[in-house]
Ligand binder design. Structure first.
Ligand SMILES: [Zn+2]
Length: 138
């Protein structure tokens, strides 16, 4: 784990402030479903080959490295954000702007729980917390 707490100014890292989890089992499952390396290349049924047998498109869009650009990655579809360095350490909902706009902690928790449900991941409330710091190769 290379995630650092505190704030530094470095262009290859991202500061983050999320309501989510650092439970590695949950992070990994969500990363596999919503992370950049698992984005579908086409909509045909998934097969265990690199290219689709029906249309020839890549089955999955390949990604350089682990796909964590400057320590963070947000999946626009699910709204889930991932932060880490060598691998994602945290997943959650970016919360700073939501708090500024008046959202409650409970509301942001519900956003995270619903995003997990859509990804068919059962997350317990005891696993959810505020996580913040600096992620990346700073
Ligand atoms: Zn296809």
């Amino acid at each position: 784990m290379k995630t650092r707490l505190g704030f530094v100014s470095n262009s290859s890292s991202s500061s983050f402030f999320i309501v989510g989890t650092g439970n590695q089992d949950i992070v990994q499952v969500l990363w596999n479903r919503a992370g950049p390396a698992r984005k579908r290349g086409c909509d045909h049924p998934e097969v265990d080959t690199k290219y689709c047998g029906q249309c020839g498109e890549p089955m999955w869009i390949e990604d350089e490295g682990n796909g964590l650009c400057q320590g963070g990655f947000t999946d626009d579809k699910s709204g889930l954000s991932f932060y880490g360095s060598d691998e994602p350490n945290y997943v959650g909902i970016d919360a700073a702007q939501l708090f500024k706009n008046g959202s409650s902690y409970d509301h942001i928790i519900s956003l995270f729980v619903n995003a997990c449900k859509k990804a068919k991941v059962d997350v317990k409330e005891r696993d959810i917390d505020i996580h913040y710091g600096e992620a990346g190769n700073g």
